[in-house]
Write a new protein. Structure first.
Lengths: 420, 263
């Protein structure tokens, strides 16, 4: 088999030249400045970082492709943020109504902007950015079947990736250090094989497109509970750190998106069901957020095309986004339990593809908890782009633990990405 | 993309045009010319093309985009298109899927490779610019008779060609234009020039089509399309580097799964 595999993957390679992949590389330089003193004295107020992400693609035959996309980041302040990952090492083959992918890959499910509830295949690379948009590569076998009933997808996910967290000297920080050793409900730990199914289809309702999807996931939750680590300090029990605990989860998800005129109406909803053993373990650890629950996010994006064209000859497109985030657990949920997101997207439609996205998440239960994010980008040369991201966090209630822990983590990040 | 390239087609009208008696006659004549134009181009089937798009601002600064398009003719509806962006490098791998329709909004999806995300676009926003160029999304959609009302305006010579001058008024209230004036040559019904009038009814843009080449002994495609915005001084040139017909594309090549593996 060992000898057969390369032959299967690379049949009939005529010359060495054909082995050379098509390569596109991203090289990024990044600088972060934190505006406030960190919770811990060890933590840096600024950091510089460099990252590299080449993508190599080999194609052969009529319908076979191999993609390799490693990633590495060096960070001056945080040894946990200095990390590498195989974002993609994926073999793909396809026919007219099917596709099979095997290896390490990334999948995105979802329609909303402020929160990705149904998106459950890949682990979040949390040290990259607080918005959770960066993901770690996930080992998978992914089969896609297109038929009259829609698109049906099946996933076998052998191998689990732990979420990344900032180190003791890094930011954004939690009040306590997170132990490198994670806890699992399943005895299989990182070798537990997870399964997922997804169905998606587009309809036309009253002349307007309606996109629907249903998904099922059974396996290790990507979203860990952070449990307190208790130790004796000067003879007294005290919480000295946090430890990630990954329960077994069954998640059913649905998405709906309807496009009416310039409106995109969006809904994502999930029902999460943790195994009893995990629920008992959580209760024993003093965590009461492990109950079965449902959560949803719904809202719209409305786009104004060229509202400033007539007056000012500005070809700017303006998007307005409003979403509501709900979690049945209420205050027991770490965030997004009763929150409103209001955002705006500006596409300047200039030569340099300049864009700006600003969004505010306001907690409606803890009125003092909010987060503001501004993302701006523009092309500076034919091969490079500058990004400016600013995050401002506000919290005034210690009970809103996640928001409280981020209250002094306001920062601006300037980055320059070269594509070659 | 295909629409510019398919703007032109052949065969002169049999009846010589002497003068236009009234509005009805002008509308009938305009529709007859447009119908002939559409029929001459029917049956092109499918094509793949590579295009360089050069954007120029009023100061003369340039920015280059490179795209490849797959196009499929759809009977009794608008065409299907899949466009892959190659340059600038930061948008490499981004792909755009478009199902043009008659009498209802186009279906449009954008694939963002960094996020592995397919996003549906609210396609009523057809007057917005395509990739920051002077071409609007609606300019990229296929030419369909049911999208306009027509009026024959007379004969004029453009670039040495004896042309019909036809006004076409978009029927879609979301169009960015109140009207377009099209010049087609009498010999082959190839479009040579289009004037676009904005919602304030003033002249916004002029599209000039040159370097027409014949394919499959029937279908004319302009290899250079130059759009000049008179109000901003900006312009965009679409240069077709390569176009091939009958490449074996079928309906199965145009869906969200093929969009995600397009390259």
């Amino acid at each position: 088999m060992k000898r057969l595999l390369p032959v299967l993957l690379f049949p009939a390679v005529a010359s060495a030249g054909e082995w050379l992949p098509e390569t596109t590389t991203q090289l990024g330089l990044e600088y972060r400045e934190f505006f406030q003193q960190a919770v811990s004295d060890d933590q840096a107020e600024r950091s510089a970082s460099v990252w590299l992400e080449p993508e190599m693609v080999w194609e052969w035959g009529a319908a076979q492709r191999l993609t390799f996309r490693p990633f590495y980041r060096y960070d001056s302040a945080d040894e946990e943020r200095t990390h590498g990952d195989i974002r993609e090492l994926l073999w793909q083959t396809w026919g007219t109504s099917w596709e099979v992918r095997a290896g390490v890959g990334k999948v995105f499910w979802g329609v909303t902007e402020s929160l990705h509830l149904v998106d459950v295949i890949n682990q979040t690379d949390q040290v990259e950015a607080p918005d959770g948009e960066d993901k770690l590569g996930q080992p998978m076998i992914h089969a896609i079947w297109l038929n009259d009933a829609g698109t049906l997808e099946g996933f076998v996910l052998p191998g689990f990736r732990e979420r990344t967290f900032a180190g003791e000297e890094g930011r954004l920080s939690l009040p306590l250090a997170i132990d490198d050793e994670a806890l699992y409900q399943s005895d299989d730990e990182q070798s537990h094989v997870d399964l997922a199914l997804r169905w998606s289809r587009s309809y036309e309702v009253a002349g307007w497109p309606l996109d629907a999807s249903l998904s099922l996931f059974k396996g290790t939750s990507r979203d860990p509970f952070l449990l307190p680590q208790v130790a004796l300090v000067a003879g007294e029990p005290a919480v000295v750190g946090l430890q990630a605990y990954y329960p077994q989860l069954q998640q059913a998800g649905m998405t709906l998106q309807s496009t009416v005129d310039s409106w995109l109406w969006k809904v994502e909803a999930v029902h999460r069901d943790y195994e009893r053993e995990a629920q008992q373990a959580l209760v024993a650890a003093g965590n009461d957020s492990g109950d079965d629950h449902w959560a949803a996010v719904a809202g719209f994006e409305y786009t104004l095309t060229g509202p400033f064209y007539d007056c000012c000859e500005l070809p700017l497109d303006l998007g307005l986004i409003l979403e509501y985030q709900y979690d049945e657990r209420g205050k027991q949920a770490s965030n997004a339990q009763n929150d409103v997101f209001i955002g705006t997207r500006w596409a300047f439609n200039d030569m340099d593809s300049s864009e700006l996205l600003a969004g505010l998440v306001q907690d409606m239960t803890y009125g003092g908890s909010r987060a503001l994010k501004v993302e701006a980008s523009t092309r500076v040369t034919a091969q490079s782009v500058v990004n400016l991201n600013v995050w401002l966090f506000t919290a005034d209630d210690e009970d809103d633990a996640l928001a409280w822990s981020l209250r002094q983590e306001d920062y601006a990040e300037l980055s320059w990405t070269l594509y070659f | 993309m295909k629409s510019f390239l398919s703007l032109m087609l052949g065969l002169a009208l049999v009846t010589p045009l002497t003068h236009v008696a009234n509005a009805d006659e002008a509308a009938d004549r305009g529709l007859a010319i447009a119908t002939d134009r559409k029929q001459r181009d029917a049956g092109w089937n499918n094509s793949e093309s590579a295009v360089t798009m050069t954007l120029r601002n009023a100061q003369g600064e340039e920015s280059v985009r490179k795209i490849r398009s797959k196009s499929l003719e759809v009977a009794d509806d608008g065409d299907k298109g899949l466009t892959i962006f190659d340059e600038p490098r930061d948008v490499k791998g981004t792909a755009f899927l478009n199902f043009s329709h008659i009498g209802k909004p186009d279906d449009q999806w954008l694939y963002l490779p960094a996020l592995k995300r397919v996003k549906r676009i609210a396609s009523r926003n057809k007057s917005g610019p395509f990739m920051g160029s002077e071409f609007a999304y609606e300019d990229m959609s296929s030419f369909e008779l049911d999208k306009y009302s027509f009026r024959y305006l007379g004969d004029e010579t453009v670039a040495g060609h004896d042309c019909y001058k036809v006004e076409q008024t978009p029927l879609d209230k979301f169009s960015g234009y109140t009207r377009q004036v099209v010049w087609l040559d009498k010999d082959e019904l190839r479009v040579h020039k289009i004037d676009f009038y904005d919602r304030k009814k003033s002249l916004l843009k002029t599209l000039t089509l040159t370097d027409h080449q014949l394919y499959k002994e029937r279908y004319w495609r302009a290899h250079t399309a130059t759009m000049v915005n008179h109000q901003t001084g900006k312009s965009t040139v679409l240069q077709t580097e390569d176009i091939r017909f009958d490449t074996g594309l079928t309906d199965d090549d145009f869906n969200q799964t093929t969009l995600q593996r397009a390259r």
